[in-house]
Design a protein around this ligand. Structure first.
Ligand code: BTN
Length: 256
């Protein structure tokens, strides 16, 4: 982690809040400043949900990324980070990794990781992103999680010998280092070239590509065929002869 400040904590409320505090107290914070914790007492997920954050085994990582062009430039962050996590898993040898827009990561169609991007600043002018990643390295099967989930420990057989493994157990430091450095590389690439270099790969891993889906937008829902994302990170839905772009909402496979 040379040249980057990574703060390690045993217990914390939420690593996203820790990064926010760093941001509030430092006159300037360098891109990629990160907090990693062993356990969170108030782990947050998206849409006001809790993120189950038991001691050890899992990774709770938050990092700071500046948005000098303002918050409008933030839309692709979730996409890019989801891909960084997916490539970390694939690089370790794990198979059947997929992505769900905007940023959930799945193994064998069960969620293994989630991302919470929180923004501070204005639409125009300087903005700040606090990017939180939760990655299930190991989880008890009876964990209180309200959707199908998995953890990397359930896929040890497919992990390449010697890589990310310490004997027969997961090397948590190796996972943290690999994930963190991939996030930094992808974020820098996104700053330089936007989403364009990522779209094709994202589509290859898209959980729902060319499948009938239901997009839930608050009280409303839209149905259609999922066609991946565009260069702004919008979700593309074929509805009749038209392809419509959506920036918000939550996707689920349409039950027919
Ligand atoms: C989701 O709902 O899928 C997003 C989950 C994000 C969880 C991570 S764990 C590290 C960071 N700290 C938090 O409180 N949340 C994020």
């Amino acid at each position: 982690f040379r040249d980057h400040q990574v703060i390690l904590k045993h217990v914390t409320e939420s690593t996203n809040d820790d990064v926010k505090q760093c941001l509030a107290s430092a006159r300037s914070l360098s891109a990629g400043t990160a907090v990693l914790a062993e356990m969170q007492t108030k782990g947050r997920g998206r849409r006001g949900k809790q993120w189950f954050s038991p001691f050890a085994s899992n990774l709770y990582l938050s990092l700071y990324w500046p948005l000098p062009q303002g918050l409008n430039s933030a839309i692709g962050l979730s996409i890019v980070l989801g891909l960084a996590i997916a490539e970390t898993l694939i690089g370790a040898g794990i198979q059947d990794v997929s992505l769900k827009w905007p940023n959930d990561v799945y193994i064998q169609r069960k969620k293994v990781s989630g991302i919470l991007v929180e923004l501070e600043g204005q639409a125009q002018g300087e903005g700040h992103a606090i990017i939180g990643i939760g990655l299930n390295l190991a989880l008890p099967p009876e964990s209180p999680i309200d959707q199908p989930f998995t953890a990397i420990s359930e896929h040890l057989d497919s992990i390449l010998a010697g890589k990310m493994l310490d004997g027969k157990t997961l090397d948590r430091n190796a996972w943290a280092a690999e994930l963190y450095s991939r996030c930094l590389t992808f974020l820098a690439e996104h700053d330089a070239h936007g989403l364009k270099p990522f779209i094709e790969r994202w589509r290859e891993l898209d959980h729902f590509y060319q499948q009938p889906v239901k997009l839930i937008l608050g009280q409303h829902e839209q149905t259609g065929i999922a066609l991946g994302i565009d260069e702004l990170g919008a979700f593309l839905l074929q509805q009749g002869d038209e392809v419509k772009r959506y920036f918000g909402g939550e996707i689920s496979v349409r039950d027919i």
